[in-house]
Ligand binder design. Structure first.
Ligand code: SAM
Length: 206
């Protein structure tokens, strides 16, 4: 079922720095953040596109419509940002179509607090860890249900896979706003609601 996504992802040219977003849903950071992705730097979004999710941005409910949204994203990129390399695929991120240690950064927004099995969440983190280059970062954003998904719990899961937790950025402050500008997922979260956790894949021998 995910064959198409796998094949598309395998066509990525070698040598480019891959920024991976797991679970872009209907709000991909590449379309909203202040980063650009060129030939030497590309954005790859992988989403299983099977869930039924609610967008914080426009209050709309989306079902498997993520599938249709992709065409819209890709048309938008072609028209508005033709010089950038932004690609979306449908795929199961518990089994990423990417080689070990091939990704320069991975971002997951509101995925680890989505209604998924704990085992699935653990596998999503493990897969992200597998594909990250040593020293590269996994950035996790949780923007709702702070009390159900406290940062300590998310950080514990990240550490379990061998990642080093570098930083936690709570909603409300200046640093949080700066992260929002980078990833464009601004929901104006006040303190005590959402947070980012920045983890890093260790470099062997360090
Ligand atoms: C709550 S939505 C968040 C979407 C978006 N990142 C945002 O901030 O609005 C969670 C997303 O994770 C995706 N997802 C869940 N399990 C997945 C998996 N195994 N592989 C890839 N994506 C997955 C869902 O399809 C959904 O789009």
């Amino acid at each position: 079922m995910f064959e198409k996504g796998r094949n598309e992802a395998f066509e990525l040219y070698p040598g480019a720095e891959v920024y991976l977003e797991v679970g872009y849903g209907t709000d991909p950071s590449a379309l909203r953040g202040n980063r650009s992705f060129t030939e030497s730097k590309l954005y790859l979004g992988v989403d299983a596109a099977e869930g039924n999710y609610y967008s914080a941005v426009n209050g709309q409910e989306y079902g498997p419509a993520v599938r249709d949204a992709i065409r819209g994203f890709q048309d938008y990129v072609r028209a508005e940002r033709p010089q950038e390399d932004i690609r979306f695929v449908i795929g199961d991120a518990t089994c990423l179509p990417l080689a070990n240690e091939s990704v320069g950064e991975c971002y997951m927004a509101d995925v680890l607090n989505a209604p998924l099995l704990v085992d699935t969440k653990r596998t999503l983190i493990k897969e992200a860890e597998r594909v990250l280059k040593p020293g590269a970062k996994l950035i996790v954003k949780i923007s709702w249900d702070y009390f159900l998904f406290p940062p300590e719990e998310v950080e514990r899961k990240l550490r379990e896979t061998g990642l080093l937790v570098r930083n936690r950025i709570n909603g409300g402050g200046k640093e949080f706003q700066e992260m929002e500008a980078v990833f464009g997922t601004s929901t104006g979260l006040p303190a005590g609601v959402g947070y980012y956790v920045v983890a890093e894949k260790p470099v062997a021998g360090k």
